[in-house]
Design a protein around this ligand. Structure first.
Ligand SMILES: [Fe+2]
Ligand SMILES: [Fe+2]
Length: 213
């Protein structure tokens, strides 16, 4: 029994390492096709630069989403909840792959700080998971809600001509709403306001940095 548990933990640990390497090396494949936007329009240099910055920020967000869900899945002792987190993480893998290919279309590079973002988000996910499943689910609700708001802001800022990026961001936004609703239904508790403010502050720091680096 003990040996079996240890094997289970080892499997989980190895799958976390595997996920980190795949995420950071860019060797992820989406399960769903990238959202279609019709025939592409040639973007002016300035539009392309703006789109690249915004999509780099979104790619960093998806790197963090991978790490958070991995950390939370590793921390829970509830196998059902772990499967729930893993299912949401598969959508996040789609988002990661879509933003990654869109960045490449735009001729832009990924954030140089991705390993740092991944490590930080994984630690936050794991610690949050250790605070108990209702708190962990509450963290998902608040994160996804903030991401949804952030993506809505990007739909205002992305050039109207950049239909490809807009189609990706719109689908991601729908998925994040679904993730928040599912976590709420599974018994999430509301996080205290100071925690929500701290999360917002951390997200601001990340987005401001990823805009440039
Ligand atoms: Fe996402
Ligand atoms: Fe999500």
């Amino acid at each position: 029994m003990l040996a079996a548990m240890a094997m289970g933990d080892l499997d989980l640990f190895l799958s976390s390492v595997d996920n980190a390497l795949r995420t950071l090396s860019g060797s992820v494949r989406s399960g769903r096709p990238r959202p279609e936007a019709g025939p592409g329009v040639e973007l002016a240099a300035q539009q392309r630069r703006l789109s690249a910055s915004l999509m780099r920020v979104n790619h960093v967000g998806e790197v963090c989403a991978q790490a958070l869900y991995q950390g939370q899945a590793l921390a829970t002792r509830d196998a059902g909840l772990r499967r729930h987190f893993e299912a949401a993480a598969r959508d996040e893998t789609d988002h990661l792959a879509w933003t990654q290919t869109r960045l490449a279309d735009l001729g832009a590079r990924q954030s140089l700080l991705n390993p740092l973002w991944y490590a930080g988000a994984f630690a936050i996910g794991w610690v949050t998971g250790r605070l108990g499943d209702p708190v962990s689910l509450g963290f998902v609700v608040e994160t996804e809600r903030q991401v949804e708001e952030h993506l809505a802001g990007h739909l205002d800022r992305l050039p109207p001509e950049d239909r490809e990026s807009r189609a990706i961001v719109a689908q991601m936004k729908d998925d994040e709403v679904r993730h928040a609703d599912a976590a709420r239904e599974r018994g999430a508790v509301a996080l205290p306001a100071p925690v929500r403010w701290a999360m917002r502050g951390a997200a601001r720091l990340m987005t401001a940095t990823a805009h440039h680096i």
